[in-house]
Design a protein around this ligand. Structure first.
Ligand code: PMP
Length: 426
């Protein structure tokens, strides 16, 4: 039975970023509880990925389950055009309360990529509506990743990123060098020269800069110093460029602050959140913006031109409300600090290995960058045999566990990463 399901899966189903003719092996998961994924053959894996940053409270959480059951019996979906509901209102109110005060308007999107599309459209519409029609380009950082849809792809790193196949098809944008400091190391003036030059030269054409604050995720798991964000904010103010913060991965506590922009004490003009918003239960994201931008777009009868079918889905909003309640009613900062301590204790020794290029830890994120690329198939088999779920990519081994993971479980995950870093899959 299991083998039939897996055979069908391999023959017919696309998984993220895979080939139809040479698919990567898949694990058949039948249930998930706490921090453990249960496989069809009875084995359990400790989940070091939190389902790509999402499942911060772990799986099958009674509070989120209960919220979903209650919402299901009231209303699973209703169109958002001309209709509103309490789960969406409560959610937007919470989002406005926990993000910087200037952000007062919320657009509910159905995935992270769409929240980025929405952010970009907000920036473009704002300048159109306010008469600065030349401002149609985006500025983005090398090493950045913002999603898989077309506008989002146009602001991903065009050289090392995942979407170079589409370089000729997407709108050409401006790029500046990857912020090349570490989280701990302030920037030298020289390392900001490229950023400053791009602003000085092209600001008249630039609607917004989009960046992932502090942690560049899928583009390479790079961490950088908060001073960079402070300088970006100053340049944006000086040159009249909007700042879009993509906190889809970093939002809701992952870096040790509720939002990574807080490390630099800056307020973006537009903020994208997703992933952990529903605790990983449902697909939902949100784009927040200021009254200045919202009013600019709306002047002279202007409307914001986006409206997905599943906008504000009540089940997703109910899951998000339960997840945010759980997060905000506990000492999440202490949880993440505890994860950070364990990750540092466990992973930093890997810096001594000749096979390892770098180790980086911040909040609930631990990264081992290898000298050589990792073969994903043998690596995955190695980790599954060790009873842990981490998914290497490129030269990177990385872990971002559910916040509830015990030190003992996190140590098991880190030890497996260390063994792999030292000995490979042998
Ligand atoms: N921005 C960032 C920083 C992300 O990490 C991701 C997802 N990996 C996205 C955007 C796109 O989100 P989604 O996969 O939900 O479309």
């Amino acid at each position: 039975m299991t083998s039939d399901l897996l055979a069908f899966d391999q023959a017919h189903i696309w998984h993220p970023y895979t080939s139809a003719t040479a698919p990567l092996p898949t694990q058949l998961v039948t249930s998930a509880e706490g921090v453990r994924l249960k496989l069809a053959d009875g084995r359990e894996l400790i989940d070091g990925m939190a389902s790509w940053w999402c499942a911060i409270h772990g799986y099958n959480h009674p509070d989120i389950n209960a919220a979903l059951h209650t919402q299901l019996s009231a209303m699973s979906h209703v169109m958002f055009g001309g209709i509103t509901h309490e789960p969406a209102i409560t959610l937007c109110k919470t989002l406005i309360d926990i993000t910087p005060e200037a952000l007062q308007h919320v657009f509910l999107a159905d995935s992270g990529s769409i929240s980025v599309e929405v952010a970009i459209k907000m920036a473009l519409q704002y300048w159109q509506a306010t008469g600065q029609t030349k401002k149609r380009k985006l500025l983005s950082l090398r090493g950045g990743y913002h999603g898989d849809t077309f506008a989002a792809m146009s602001v991903c790193d065009p050289d090392t990123g995942m979407h170079h196949l589409f370089n000729q098809a997407v709108t050409p944008q401006f790029f500046t060098e990857r912020p090349s400091s570490r989280f701990e190391t302030p920037f030298s003036a020289a390392s900001l020269a490229d950023l400053e030059a791009v602003f000085a030269q092209h600001h008249a054409d630039i609607a917004a800069i989009i960046l992932e604050p502090i942690v560049q995720g899928a583009g390479g798991m790079w961490l950088y110093h908060p001073d960079y964000l402070k300088r970006v904010r100053q340049l944006c103010d000086h040159y009249h460029v909007l700042l879009i913060a993509d906190e889809i991965a970093t939002g809701f506590g992952r870096t040790g602050k509720l939002f990574a922009c807080e490390w630099a004490e800056i307020t973006p003009d537009i903020l994208c959140v997703g992933k952990a918003l529903t605790g990983g239960y449902m697909t939902l994201a949100a784009t927040l913006t200021s009254s200045k931008i919202a009013q600019g777009i709306s002047q002279n009868g202007g409307v914001f031109m986006h409206g997905p079918t599943f906008m504000g889905n009540p089940l997703a909003c109910a899951a998000a409300n339960a997840s945010l309640k759980l997060l905000l009613n506990q000492d999440w900062a202490a949880q993440v600090k505890r994860l950070e301590r364990t990750l540092k204790d466990q992973l930093m020794p890997a810096q001594q290995l000749s096979t390892v290029a770098d180790v980086r830890v911040l909040g609930g994120i631990g990264i081992i960058e290898m000298v050589e690329p990792i073969d994903p198939v043998t690596a995955q088999a190695f980790f599954v045999a060790r009873g842990v779920w981490v998914r290497p990519f490129g030269k990177l081994l990385y872990v971002m566990p559910p916040f509830i993971m015990s030190d003992a479980d996190l140590t098991t995950v880190c030890q497996a990463m260390l063994d792999f870093a030292q000995h490979g899959a042998a």
